[in-house]
Write a protein that binds this ligand. Structure first.
Ligand code: ADP
Ligand code: MG
Length: 545
């Protein structure tokens, strides 16, 4: 009787094992980091991304680029994930995180070729990552929330080289004031900073509104366009009777019945409106619908009304004006009203907006971005968000580090010293971790057209001789104390980047078997011909940019 072959998996399962799996994954990860490294730093280049529907994005922002590329290779996708984590945790440093991960894997490949076992490498990397966090804490500078100059420099560093470069002085002022305004007890919730965009004027007109700008107009032209000393009712129940989404049927047989019915309806609306008026409100923001008749009644008394205001905006208005959102007519009273100096309808381009401004100590504010075109505005928004994220995380941890590659060089130097204390073969992995960090200063140099080897040599010797803040200042292309050059970043960027980069590198290194079901997408070749050696691993890009 002949032996039957054992079948574990269906035939169409793609499988790569051992070294091939490792090589393929490392290659894909390296390609991701190579792809975005040209955008790093103030002299980094931008990328133009074109979607299948011909939408264009011009950006320098790591996470945006990777997100738009629709990467399919599984290991490369893991790299994209870390940029997303970095974005959500800190809001900046996405390129850095991905580049370090790529370099860690590239260096691990060297060790694999020297026959070091992956578990030794991952152990060494883990030790190095832990030590790096310790060193980071040790070398960070402590700040307080009153150090506005430092915070402003942090915002400027975040925006250097971005679309916002030309206006970074003004924008960083706006960023610092916005963050400080919404800070409460050392905590900053960036959701309380609304960003509204207006196409038309120049970036120079971008402003901080001490209140909220709403993308809504007053419901009726009979209402006043401007209300001073506004007393604002925030209502989240409808000021109308029937729900327009549901068809209601009433059967009437005589004209009198119809008239009665309408009279009843008007009476009820009238009562609702009278209740609102009785509070002394002269502005109403309603999250739901407002009836024509109700609008008429409000307009008659010169009350400004916006309807269908999104919930997120209602919450921000409440925070800005110290009012409370009322969901039951019986709870509406003078105490629930918010206040602001002015509520007014303002036309920007061909759209009308409602400005609620001059709020007393608002806990939510708006940054109103102006700009000539959508592409410009979007890139300014990304830069401002980087700045906001950096200032907020500086305030949160109260720790900052010198940028321009200075912190990476110091970490690298100290990690090498640490590796000398180790005896096992993990030592080699710690050394490779240390040299991976040099990728940041060398790329900053390379992107600025400077010689990376010269720069690295000089940086190394400065750090050896104890100049721990020596970095590459790309304002003057000199190696110097970058704190004096005002290139400052929050420690959180670096600690988060190191954390996620080492985690993903370790995870990828531990994989020695890739088993892929041939789903519809993958059957186009992500996993096929993976053993084919050099070249781009299939499935690197879904869109073929
Ligand atoms: P990321 O997506 O990682 O934030 P960026 O393109 O914003 O990438 O570049 C950040 C890097 O640029 C940091 O290492 C930062 O220290 C450096 N950097 C910013 N401004 C300067 C400057 N004026 N000179 C040198 N390096 C700078
Ligand atoms: Mg940045």
């Amino acid at each position: 009787m002949g032996e039957k072959p054992v079948v574990l998996m269906p035939e169409d399962i793609q499988r790569i094992m051992g070294k091939d799996a490792q090589k393929n994954n490392i290659l894909a990860a390296k390609m991701v980091s190579e792809m975005i490294k040209t955008t790093l730093g103030p002299k980094g280049m931008d990328k133009m991304l074109v979607s299948p529907t011909d939408d264009i994005i011009v950006t320098n922002d790591g996470v945006t680029i990777l997100d738009e590329m629709e990467i399919e290779h599984p290991a490369a996708k893991m790299m994209v994930e870390i940029s997303k984590t970095q974005e959500s945790e800190v809001g900046d440093g996405t390129t850095t995180a991905v580049m370090i991960a790529g370099k860690l894997l590239e260096n691990a490949e060297k060790l694999l070729n020297q026959k070091l076992h992956p578990t030794i490498i991952t152990k060494g990397y883990r030790m190095a990552a832990e030590k790096a966090q310790e060193i980071l804490k040790d070398v960070s500078l402590r700040i307080t929330s009153d150090d506005e100059t430092v915070l402003k420099q942090v915002a400027m560093t975040a925006m250097t080289g971005k679309g916002a470069e030309g206006n970074k002085d003004k924008l960083s002022d706006i960023i610092v004031h916005a963050v400080k305004q919404v800070e409460s007890q050392g905590k900053v919730n960036l959701n309380n900073i609304k960003i509204e965009k207006i196409k038309g004027d120049s970036v120079e007109e971008t402003e901080l509104v001490s209140g909220i700008v709403l993308d809504k107009e007053k419901t009726s032209s009979e209402m006043p366009s401007k209300v001073e000393d506004a007393r604002i009712a925030l209502i989240d129940f409808p000021l109308e009777l029937k729900n327009p989404e549901i068809d209601t049927k009433i059967s009437v047989t005589t004209p009198e019945q119809l008239q009665n019915f309408l009279n009843e309806e008007e009476k009820t609306i009238n009562k609702l409106v009278e209740k609102v008026k009785a509070t002394g409100a002269n502005v109403v923001f309603c999250q739901k619908g407002v009836d024509d008749f109700a609008q008429y009644l409000f307009a008659k008394d010169g009350i400004y009304v916006c309807r269908r205001v999104p919930k997120s905006d209602m919450e921000k208005i409440a925070k800005a004006t110290s009012g409370s959102i009322v969901s039951n007519i019986s709870e509406l009273d003078a105490f629930s009203l918010g206040e602001s100096k002015i509520v007014e309808e303002v036309q920007h381009g061909d759209e009308n907006f409602t400005h609620i401004k001059g709020c007393k100590n608002p806990k939510a504010v708006t940054i109103l971005i102006h700009g000539g075109s959508e592409h410009v505005i979007d890139e300014i928004e990304r830069a401002i968000k980087d700045g906001l994220g950096d200032v907020a995380s500086s305030l949160k941890t109260k720790l900052v580090v010198p940028g321009g590659g200075a912190i990476e060089m110091e970490l690298s130097k100290r990690l090498r010293e640490y590796s000398q204390e180790l005896s096992g073969r993990e030592q080699l992995a710690v050394e490779e971790f240390a040299s991976a960090l040099e990728f940041i200063p060398t790329t900053l140099a390379e992107n600025a057209g400077l010689d990376p080897i010269d720069i690295l040599t000089e940086l190394k010797s400065k750090h050896e001789s104890g100049e721990k803040n020596a970095g590459l200042n790309l304002f003057n292309n000199k190696i110097e104390n970058v704190l004096e050059g005002r290139i400052i970043e929050p420690t959180k960027i670096k600690s988060q980047a190191l954390n996620s980069a080492s985690e993903v590198a370790i995870m990828i290194l531990r994989i020695d078997d890739v088993i892929a079901a041939s789903g519809d997408k993958r059957s186009q070749g992500s996993m096929q011909s993976v053993t084919g050696g050099a070249g781009m691993p299939p499935g690197m890009m879904g869109r073929g940019i």
